[in-house]
Design a binder for this molecule. Structure first.
Ligand code: IMP
Ligand code: MG
Length: 195
């Protein structure tokens, strides 16, 4: 059973770090079922190739894939754009490539969150060169206020305000990915405020 977002501070005295639920797991499940229908509806007779961006998208991809009917395959790619904190360095590096070619495939890139858009811009450039039959993007969360790159997602779970969120795959310095809900993180006063 995954942890809920009610996060208790670990130490007394120190300023508490906390997570406030923004989107419940039930809401996420309902929305993913809708997205899955929409995606399959757009490509009724094609095998879909879901490409998850590690690691934030793993829960979203796993749940989305199980809601999409018909033929489907999955692969993963890993890029790094954030250091350990909450600010993007703006630099995107490919740290783990796909296992298989995407040439001629109907590819749905699956991302946890679209923030500045730098990661997606980079990935779309890389993937377009590999000649997929179609290339679409599904993101669980979209933070349009922070957009820098001119990219957009074809399928968006939830549009959210400019807050740093964790849970359901999203992390802060590798923590909180296992929360069932998506919540807004507030750091303790000893630490820097999230972007
Ligand atoms: P972008 O390149 O700025 O669009 O950022 C994309 C990546 O930054 C996402 O895939 C996340 O890994 C990370 N990120 C952006 N915003 C958040 C957030 O609010 N919480 C956790 N990770 C985030
Ligand atoms: Mg990510």
């Amino acid at each position: 059973m995954a942890q809920r977002t009610k996060y208790q501070p670990r130490s007394k005295g120190k300023a508490a770090e906390s997570v406030r639920t923004l989107i419940s797991h039930a809401q996420i499940e309902r929305r993913i079922a809708e997205l899955a229908k929409e995606i399959r509806g757009d490509f009724p007779n094609e095998r879909l190739h879901l490409v998850g961006v590690l690691k934030g998208s793993v829960f979203f991809l796993a749940d989305l894939a199980r809601q999409i009917s018909g033929e489907l395959s999955i692969d993963f790619i890993s890029v790094s754009s954030y250091g350990g904190g909450t600010h993007s360095s703006g630099e995107v590096k490919l740290t783990r490539d796909l296992d298989s070619s995407i040439e001629g495939k109907t590819v749905i890139v699956v991302e946890d969150i679209l923030d500045t858009g730098m990661t997606l811009e980079y990935l779309l450039r890389v993937f377009e060169q590999r000649k997929p039959r179609r290339l679409r993007v599904a993101v669980l969360l979209d933070k349009p206020e922070r957009r820098v790159a001119r990219v957009r997602a074809d399928y968006v779970g939830f549009t959210i305000p400019n807050e740093f969120v964790v849970g359901y795959g999203l992390d802060y310095a590798e923590r909180y990915r296992n929360l069932a809900d998506v919540g807004v993180l507030t750091l303790g006063t000893r630490e820097k405020k999230p972007a």
